[in-house]
Design a protein around this ligand. Structure first.
Ligand SMILES: C[S@@+](CC[C@H](N)C(=O)[O-])C[C@H]1O[C@@H](n2cnc3c(N)ncnc32)[C@H](O)[C@@H]1O
Length: 517
């Protein structure tokens, strides 16, 4: 089964997965499809802002417009989405079992995360074909037993809420019509399907949706994915709403597995594998996870811990990165550290980095933490990557950090981070925005450097600045090309506009200096 681009296979280890049916090259489209179903996610501060249940536009909860039948907050009673027969149009029949509106504790009263499970259950009435496809998706119910966090959370926030507040209150005939097959057990299975498979869609208005796709969701995970996916969120053509396009990012040979990434590309192996185990119930064994150096990037490496005589200049890497109990041996001396010690240290450092970033991290604060953590971590460690990525956006942009020395430091940091980013994500499947920022900052530092006077105070000659200009040109082109698939998406679009403006400034600057580029 499949199309010209892929075939669906099945194995004991992976369940269903996709393989390439022919050689595929970057930018080839593996598949496009419409979602089986989608639903809103809660907004970060649901007491203040909630998505309209018709169009997902964020609405202020104190404004008070409500759906005339079920009372859920809406942008307007005339919102066309309220009539969508696969979404609010049908769920409203069930939600109207509780038509009373409240203004206090709204986040508890209107649980937007529970709407997708309800919409999934309603597929049995709205679309039998989609209902069957939904139930074929993996739910991992064998792991989600009572007492596990996943089960208990789903029970409290979704299953009991939907059953007690709505489903058990609706008229029997309504229940038989729309939800003939309904039980707590079925809702738990649906929650398992959503947690295992749902993809997140960010809308231009700031809301987020979770959506399920029949074929895309069969794609397996790899920490070095060979595809990326894009959603149609333009709203131009209603029939293509939230259509997904899966595109090839690096060459895929016929028979190769077609993979996406379920985790964070800039987390180290231990963190990614733990996350995948906790949320998707498998232990990743991809080439990146199997390699102690993470493809030569040393993203998780630590400096030698040392013994009584102090540390040597070696580095610790996991002896077997696929073993959760592995020791981390120094590559130059005999010192070994066990995995749990490393994990504790790394998560403490992670919290510190996060705190500094949350506080808006000034150059001073970032340099301080960089200096402190550099005593323990390899320069390419992912915690240092994150600090440096913030620093390069401040160096050369704040008046006290414009010296040539700082610009040289920024240029080196950008190049180091570009190496890591490119190695981990050669096709810009996940790190396109990071990559665009790095190339843009490199460009800006090179241009600023070309404008700086030399030590004797004279302006640099064209011959002196030529290499800087050539490199700056390549960098800005690389920045724009990293974003080629992101311009439909809000943050990608904004960044593209900023970089495009820098490109125009650069062209004008070169013209003013009579430099051909
Ligand atoms: C989104 S589903 C993928 C489709 C699924 N295999 C099916 O048959 O419906 C995610 C699940 O597939 C399995 N899976 C995906 N990638 C895997 C990998 N690299 N190694 C092992 N299992 C994987 C895991 O069970 C995971 O929870």
């Amino acid at each position: 089964m499949g199309n010209n681009e892929y075939e669906i296979r099945k194995s004991e280890e992976l369940g269903r997965y996709l393989v390439a049916a022919r050689d595929l090259t970057p930018d080839d489209v593996v598949l496009t499809e419409l979602p089986l179903v989608y639903g809103p996610k809660s907004m970060p501060d649901p007491e203040a802002l909630m998505p309209c249940v018709g169009c997902y536009k964020p609405i202020f909860t104190d404004v008070g417009e409500r759906c005339s039948r079920c009372g859920w907050p809406v942008c307007s009673g005339n919102c066309p989405g309220l009539k969508d027969p696969l979404h609010h149009g049908v769920e409203c029949e069930i939600l109207s079992a509780r038509p009373e509106c409240v203004l206090d504790n709204m986040a508890d009263y209107y649980r937007h995360d529970a709407l997708l499970p309800l919409r999934c259950a309603l597929l049995q009435y709205t679309d039998d074909d989609k209902w069957k496809k939904l139930l074929e998706l993996q739910s991992h119910m064998e792991c989600r037993v009572p007492g596990t966090d996943a089960y208990d959370e789903a029970d409290e926030f979704t299953v009991k809420y939907l059953m007690n507040v709505f489903i058990n209150k609706i008229d029997k005939n309504v229940k038989n019509k729309y939800l003939n097959l309904i039980s707590g057990e079925l809702l738990h299975k649906i929650c398992g399907i959503i947690d295992t498979n749902a993809l997140e869609i960010r809308l231009p208005n700031g809301s987020e949706l979770n959506a399920l796709y029949a074929t895309t969701c069969m794609m397996e995970h790899s920490c070095v994915p060979n595809t990326k996916h894009l959603f149609n969120t333009s709203g131009k053509d209603v029939k293509d709403k939230y259509k997904i396009t899966v595109k090839v990012v690096v060459p895929i040979n016929k028979g190769d597995h077609v993979a996406t990434m379920y985790s964070h590309a800039l987390w180290g192996t231990q963190a990614r594998r733990q996350h995948l185990k906790d949320t998707k119930y498998f232990s990743c064994k991809c080439i990146r996870c199997s390699d102690p150096t993470e493809l030569g990037t040393y993203l998780s490496a630590m400096k030698c811990f040392g013994d009584d005589k102090g540390p040597c200049d070696g580095i610790h890497l996991p002896e077997d990165p696929l073993d959760e109990e592995t020791d981390w041996a120094c590559n130059k001396c005999t010192v070994k550290v066990n995995n749990s010690q490393i994990n504790i240290l790394i998560s403490e450092m992670g919290e510190e980095v996060e705190n500094v970033q949350m506080m808006g991290g000034s150059v001073n604060m970032l340099e301080n933490i960089l200096c402190r953590l550099s005593t323990f971590l390899h320069p390419n460690h992912y915690h240092l990557y994150s600090i440096k990525h913030s620093l390069i956006q401040l160096y050369g942009r704040q008046s006290s950090y414009m010296s040539e020395e700082i610009l040289d430091k920024k240029i080196k940091m950008c190049k180091d981070l570009i190496f890591i980013t490119k190695t981990l994500d050669p096709g810009n499947a996940r790190l396109s925005l990071y990559s665009a920022i790095l190339h843009h900052e490199l460009h800006s530092a090179l241009v600023l450097k070309s404008k700086k006077a030399t030590k004797d105070g004279s302006l640099r000659t064209v011959d002196e600045i030529r290499p800087l200009i050539d490199e700056a040109k390549l960098s800005i082109e690389a920045a724009l090309s990293s974003l080629k698939d992101d311009v439909e998406e809000t943050s990608g679009k904004k960044l593209h506009e900023v970089i495009e403006k820098s490109r125009l400034d650069f062209v004008n600057y070169c013209e003013s200096k009579n430099i051909n580029i």
